[in-house]
Design a protein around this ligand. Structure first.
Ligand SMILES: N[C@@H](CCC(=O)N[C@@H](CS)C(=O)NCC(=O)O)C(=O)O
Length: 209
């Protein structure tokens, strides 16, 4: 297997932290997003979408979605589960992770990529060449505000997003809490006490791994 990634970017970080927690070591190539290497001819041959990460399997199959990479690696390396230990737990992890992706990650991305002149003509990740829509900044802010409340309510009911155990969904929330702060200037709101309480619990679970 070979992993193409760019460590500092949020989606690569999701996979990187998942692998670090489980102690998975894969041959890795850094694709420098600062010089837009992800849009260069050589990388587009690996992943025509022009996004990172991409996991190329030994039979030549390329997985381009973090959730797919994690699912695959979880099956290969079941020790220290991050996607549940039963069918229902796995479904809970994927459900919360997807909800987080749609309601928080995409909201931050909407704000970041439609309001920042550096992304003119590149409002969506990868090789699509989509123009910015400035009105999406405000929509993203409203979407993010609602997303934080949904997550906060959930963490008032359970120790971790998917239930009793630390999972991929918590890793993604850790990354998002940081990403929202610098990219959307919208850190976790101060009145989201359940998320703020969860933060040291999640950090300790990750570091105690
Ligand atoms: N659909 C992919 C998203 C991957 C993605 O959007 N990656 C970003 C980095 S965080 C990227 O490659 N951006 C390329 C660009 O901005 O041109 C997944 O779920 O893993």
């Amino acid at each position: 297997m070979k992993l193409y990634t760019y460590d500092p970017a949020p989606n690569p970080k999701r996979l990187g932290m998942f692998m670090a927690y489980k102690g998975i070591d894969i041959e890795t190539v850094q694709v420098d997003m600062m010089t837009q290497e992800q849009l260069g001819e050589a990388y587009l041959e690996v992943n025509p979408l022009g996004t990172v990460p991409a996991l190329v399997l030994d039979d030549g199959t390329t997985l381009t979605e973090v959730i797919g990479c994690c699912n695959y690696l979880e099956s290969l390396y079941p020790e220290k589960p991050l996607m549940g230990s039963t069918d229902l737990e796995r479904a809970q992890v994927i459900s919360w992770d997807h909800l987080l992706f749609v309601s928080v990650f995409m909201a931050v991305a909407e704000i970041f990529r439609n309001g920042n002149p550096n992304f003119a003509g590149r409002a969506l990740p990868g090789a699509l060449g989509i123009e910015q829509i400035p009105a999406l900044v405000e929509r993203g802010q409203r979407r993010l505000e609602a997303g934080w409340r949904t997550v906060d309510k959930r963490l008032g009911e359970a120790d971790f997003l998917a239930g009793d155990n630390f999972s991929l969904a918590d890793i993604d929330l850790m990354i998002l809490a940081e990403f929202a702060g610098w990219a959307a200037k919208s850190p976790v709101p101060e009145d989201c006490a359940n998320i703020l309480d969860w933060m040291p619990r999640a950090k300790a679970s990750f570091e105690g791994s």
